[in-house]
Write a protein that binds this ligand. Structure first.
Ligand SMILES: C=C(O[C@@H]1C=C(C(=O)O)C=C[C@H]1O)C(=O)O
Length: 379
């Protein structure tokens, strides 16, 4: 590089630094405004996540960007990232407490990760939360006596037994709820053990989400829904979307969404391990899609084996769904062995047709994810 080029670059880079610093000041200003919105919402009991406002705002900014010669997707990406920050910041202000006269909430297994998250959200909403873990059962009776709600979030393998043996003497009007990732058996166990209000939840996210904005919570009604309607409103204020489902319908969807998904991820990891794949080398040659896939597989093994064993082993029917998968895998492998390229293409087209409009939709969504995977690279 000659001196002139160096000087020119330095000059321009200095200007860019100045613009980025202005951006920082603007970000500070935006965060402060969002915090004020948070306070207003807190006072009025409005949900943290306002999808219509977001859609309207994004549409306007996209239009304005276009008129300014800026790619609409650029402002959309930036604003979506900023809005994620807004949810975290609004959360700190706390949330309106929908039910004032509840009594305490006892979270059984509250020292676990998901229990911890719900404990935090309930506390931020003004509820008195008591944690009951396996070492403090001697306090159980006195905690239950004042409980307006008991929330069970213990490993799946012990959930039903615990409900039947330990939660069968709750005050009659106490709400009994759980967060287990299967629903039929726990909801039945709660209905058997307790004669008062019963409701099952399955939060469709892990404990590391930061904010519940845009997350999904499945609810399976048990008994006396009018007694726990406030809780559904409370969850909506946290920003989550409530999806109602029959326990059986939920569980059969979960076979594919969870048991099969996690099991095939497990086998993928097992295969890499047995083949003694060199992850460093794989990463060196990885395309963004491979890196994303590897990240999704690898992240499983950063978590608790017991949790995944529970999710996969909890449902008797999972083995059938996984067995079907294996049959399809075997049949597809036969195509490969036979060198039947034409049949492969035929089946590909059948599946593509079956995906319908979802295929291009997923392609668009994944493009954005893959681009951010690429952005994360540092060399
Ligand atoms: C700030 C608000 O809360 C959330 C965050 C938004 C943002 O950062 O612009 C917009 C809508 C809400 O989902 C709001 O409601 O205006």
């Amino acid at each position: 590089m000659n001196e002139k080029t160096t000087a020119e670059l330095e000059h321009l880079r200095g200007l860019i630094d100045g613009v980025d610093q202005q951006l920082l000041h603007l970000l500070r200003k935006r965060l402060d405004l969002v915090a004020q919105v948070g306070t207003v919402k807190h006072g009025a009991g409005l949900p943290i996540y306002a999808p219509q406002r977001e859609a309207a705002m994004l549409a306007k900014r996209r239009e304005e960007a276009k008129n300014m010669g800026i790619a609409p997707q650029l402002i959309e990406d930036i604003l979506r990232r900023l809005m994620r920050e807004s949810y975290l910041n609004e959360k700190d202000v706390g949330f309106k407490q929908v039910k004032k006269d509840l009594g305490s909430v006892v979270i059984v297994g509250g020292k676990g990760q998901l229990g911890g998250l719900f404990s935090q959200m309930l506390t931020l909403s003004g509820y008195q939360v008591e944690l009951l873990d396996k070492d403090d059962w001697q306090q159980a009776d006195s905690l239950f006596a004042d409980a307006g709600m008991v929330l069970v979030t213990v490993p799946i393998a012990i959930t039903c037994e615990l409900i039947r043996e330990k939660l069968n003497q709750l005050p009659a009007d106490c709400i009994l709820a759980d967060l287990t990732s299967i629903k039929t058996e726990p909801v039945n166990a709660m209905l058997e053990a307790h004669s008062g209000p019963v409701v099952g939840f399955h939060p469709m996210f892990g404990p590391d989400v930061g904010s519940l904005a845009k997350q999904v919570v499945v609810v399976c009604h048990g008994r006396e829904p009018d007694k726990y309607q406030w809780l559904l409103e409370q969850i909506a204020i946290w920003g989550a979307r409530i999806v109602e489902a029959e326990p059986e319908r939920h569980d059969s969807a979960m076979q594919l969404v969870q048991a099969m998904r996690h099991f095939s991820t497990f086998v993928y990891g097992l295969n890499l391990c047995k083949e003694e794949a060199d992850i460093d080398t794989l990463l060196q040659f990885s395309s963004p899609i491979y890196r994303l896939e590897l990240a999704m597989v690898g992240r499983l093994f950063a978590q608790s084996p017991e949790l995944y064993a529970d999710i996969i082993f909890a449902q008797q029917d999972s083995q059938h769904a996984i067995g079907d998968y294996l049959d399809n895998y075997r049949e597809a492998l036969e195509l490969l062995k036979r060198g039947d390229r034409d049949e492969f293409i035929k089946q590909f087209q059948t599946v593509a047709k079956w995906f319908g409009d979802f295929a291009p939709q997923f392609q668009r969504e994944s493009r954005i994810m893959l681009q951010s995977v690429n952005d994360m690279k540092t060399n």
